[in-house]
Ligand binder design. Structure first.
Ligand SMILES: *Cc1c(COP(=O)(O)O)cnc(C)c1O
Length: 219
């Protein structure tokens, strides 16, 4: 597809999404496995907040580009292995997938060691209690949050969830919003291409949209 076509198509998709979510909700462009031309097109139409799933893919894409783009904000939205913590804190402004004590401690260490600016953190909540999925169980959220607040004050700003693919998302979105309110956390990251408008109505402050913005992923 030509670059002009990408530009028009992504520009129109972005305008429609922004209109649907309203001015108070941030669009995080989920850019995993998207070709470079589409990233360029998104930047050209003004997109500045991007979500990446893998540290290595994100490094390849953003490390050099970062210095050339004003106002770029990078969110890690995929699972993080502790041994990638230093690379992650060097690159990401927000890590949306904190889900265990070991990772919290690795991130604290990584910031001390690298001198990187401490990232904002969201705790990923496994609202559907799916065994294969990252995130803390709802019952374990309070303990992890209390620990994070004690060990790294001010870093955790909100919650994130990925509802089970085969269930209605509404109860999961409602639950995440309720938990965020209960613990006084302002950021709520939920909603993807199929349900971002719904998520925004149910209290999302951030929606993560990939295919609905860029088109189908490569591979
Ligand atoms: C890929 C991904 C998205 C975006 O999914 P789409 O269906 O392409 O919008 C959102 N959040 C996470 C965590 C993802 O991995």
């Amino acid at each position: 597809m030509s670059e002009d076509t990408d530009l028009d198509r992504i520009g129109e998709a972005r305008a429609r999404i922004l209109d649907e979510i309203g001015a108070d909700v941030t669009l995080v462009a989920a850019s995993k496995r998207q070709p470079e031309e589409r990233i360029e097109a998104a930047l050209a139409v003004g997109q500045r907040v991007f979500g990446e799933n893998r540290v290595q893919e994100a490094q390849a894409r953003w490390t050099e580009r970062r210095a050339m783009v004003d106002g770029l904000r990078l969110h890690l939205i995929g699972p993080l292995q502790t041994n990638k913590s230093e690379d992650a804190v060097r690159l990401f402004d927000v890590i949306e997938t904190l889900d265990r004590e070991k990772l919290l401690r690795a991130l604290i260490k990584a910031v001390a060691k690298t001198g990187a600016a401490p990232p904002d953190l969201l705790i990923q909540v496994n609202t559907g209690a799916e065994p294969q999925k990252g995130g803390v169980l709802v019952e374990a959220l309070e303990a992890l949050l209390e620990l994070a607040r004690a060990e790294w004050p001010g870093r955790v700003t909100g919650l994130m969830c990925i509802p089970p693919a085969d269930e209605p998302a509404v109860p999961h979105f409602a639950l995440l919003k309720k938990l965020a309110d209960r613990y006084d956390l302002p950021v709520v990251s939920m909603g993807m291409s199929g349900d971002y408008a719904l998520a925004a109505r149910l209290g999302a402050t951030h929606v993560r949209v990939g295919t609905g913005l860029f088109g189908a992923r490569e591979s």
